[in-house]
Design a protein around this ligand. Structure first.
Ligand code: PNW
Length: 487
């Protein structure tokens, strides 16, 4: 255990990669330009503009569709080794199906990738970050059993074009958000809000989609290009509010449903969904009058396809939660009822601009150890971690959050975590889904009122630049000015 009196100097190894992350819908804009097809996010925000807190949606977003040269300049200012961005499926394949190819859409990514390579910044491409083509949603989206094949075709097309240029791939960003926020509830598009089987059917199909894409890369490109393909999983941390037997069981359920439901099929020795989740959902489903479990069965063949289908764990970590056994009765059936816990936060945890996000740096250490112990020390990359503020350049709270979480990661590495890289969320302010621009996550501020969407470095950008340059975390250091330049 590391006490606070510990003054040992630690640094990130020379091979450790620093980066920043973004996603297509959140930054690109140009929602219907040059042949792009409609996505579920376009539909979701246009159908009911009130869904976005401040009314600012992804129609224009940070306008990166036009400002990608400036974006790469910012990456050079920071001195990052890689840039994680996502490809908009409906921009490159307007209906989402394999016969529907939009060359103008691919040209955007050709340019971006070539500009990155010109400056020796490695592209890390996410294939899917929440923005399904609407045409596929009209066919059921991630509930349709064909969805994993649609995704496989899309992945094959993108690999074919970029496998020789892109060393790191993320198939899917956050299956839990996609399925539990998009299909089980109505927090994210497509807001299907099925409290019965939607979230779990989606989970199965998303895992299959991921695995099929992984196998294509393995079969066709791995030998020649030696790239790495992973998946980004929400790995926030859950601890008991108070230690007692009831809460211990509650924490086990929280971790099983929120983390291991997605990790276990891919990264465990045995594969399949975790036993605890299978038992609980099977039992509840029976009580609820279903003839089979709401959690779909995976066939032996499916288990085998999914197991081992990743070269690294992509960890998206933002915060920690306190868990207690729920006394209240949730709607039944529902995911909340299946889990049966209530979440809260310790009052000492510093709040961000987002209600769900508190500063708890020890949690990222604990999440790493959870992965190490349960999945036998797999290679890992933090593919997202970040902090929200309002507008303003003097974001001391983000700089402090960044430093303390990176410090925790140094401790996790010292204790055996095979962490290869870290991406800060996010390069710049963007459309924070239904929060619009009311919660800012950027190292660079974006002036959304200006037609030119000017980007300006925040204090945290300079702090991060210094960490990248020195490979050390100085918990005290403050930049003297807010000027940032390319070295
Ligand atoms: C991520 N949680 O989602 C997404 O991948 C990003 O697109 C998003 O902008 C970013 O977080 C900030 O919100 C999360 O409950 C969803 O702790 C949920 C949680 C964290 C991140």
């Amino acid at each position: 255990c590391h006490g606070y009196a510990d003054t040992k100097k630690r640094s990130f190894p020379p091979t450790f990669m620093f980066g920043v992350a973004s996603s297509a819908y959140q930054i690109e804009g140009a929602w219907d330009e040059d042949g792009k097809g409609e996505s579920i996010w376009d539909r979701f925000v246009h159908e009911d503009p009130e869904r976005i807190a401040d009314g600012y949606n992804g129609d224009v977003a940070s306008d990166s569709y036009h400002l990608w040269r400036r974006d790469v300049e910012m990456l050079r200012e920071l001195g990052v080794h890689f840039y994680r961005f996502s490809i908009s499926w409906s921009r490159v394949m307007p209906t989402g199906l394999s016969n529907s190819i939009n060359e103008a859409g691919f040209a955007y990514y050709d340019n971006l990738i070539d500009e990155l390579l010109k400056y020796k910044i490695m592209p890390m491409v996410t294939l899917y970050h929440f923005d399904l083509p609407q045409y596929l949603q009209d066919l059921g989206g991630w509930i349709n059993p064909l969805s994993s094949e649609w995704f496989e075709d899309y992945a094959a097309e993108v690999f074919k074009r970029y496998a020789h240029k892109v060393p790191f791939w993320i198939t899917i960003n956050q299956p839990k958000s996609i399925c539990m926020d998009g299909y089980e509830s109505n927090v994210l598009a497509p807001a299907v809000n099925s409290k019965t089987v939607g979230g779990y059917e989606c989970t199965k199909n998303v895992l299959l989609a991921h695995a099929k894409a992984y196998r294509i890369y393995q079969t066709l490109y791995k030998t020649e290009h030696q790239g790495n393909v992973g998946i980004s999983i929400e790995l926030n941390w859950y601890d008991p509010v108070k230690n007692n037997t009831e809460n211990a069981a509650a924490v086990a359920r929280a971790r099983a449903f929120q983390i291991d439901l997605y990790m276990h099929p891919i990264f465990s020795e045995t594969g399949n969904f975790p036993n605890l989740v299978r038992e609980i959902v099977a039992r509840k489903s029976k009580e609820q009058g279903f003839t089979s479990s709401r959690l779909p069965n995976l066939t032996a063949e499916e288990i085998k396809l999914i197991r081992g289908s990743a070269d690294f764990v992509g960890m998206n970590h933002y915060t920690s939660f306190l868990v207690q056994n729920s006394k209240k009765q949730y709607e039944s059936p529902s995911l909340d009822d299946d889990i049966g816990v209530e979440l809260s936060y310790r009052s000492e945890w510093k709040p961000s601009k987002s209600s769900w996000l508190k500063n708890t740096p020890y949690g990222i250490y604990r999440a790493c150890i959870h992965v190490n112990i349960n999945y036998n020390y797999p290679p890992m990359i933090v593919t997202e971690h970040g902090w929200s503020t309002g507008t303003g350049l003097g974001d001391k709270s983000r700089a402090d959050n960044l430093r303390h979480y990176l410090n925790s990661l140094l401790l996790a590495m010292e204790d055996g975590t095979k962490l290869k890289g870290y991406a800060a969320w996010s390069l710049m302010d963007n459309v924070e889904w239904t929060a619009g621009t009311s919660e800012r996550f950027g190292l660079y501020q974006v002036d959304f009122n200006s037609p030119t969407k000017n980007r300006t470095a925040r204090l945290s950008a300079l702090v991060y630049k210094n960490i990248i340059k020195t490979r050390e975390v100085n918990l005290e250091w403050m930049p003297e000015s807010l000027q940032i330049e390319i070295d």
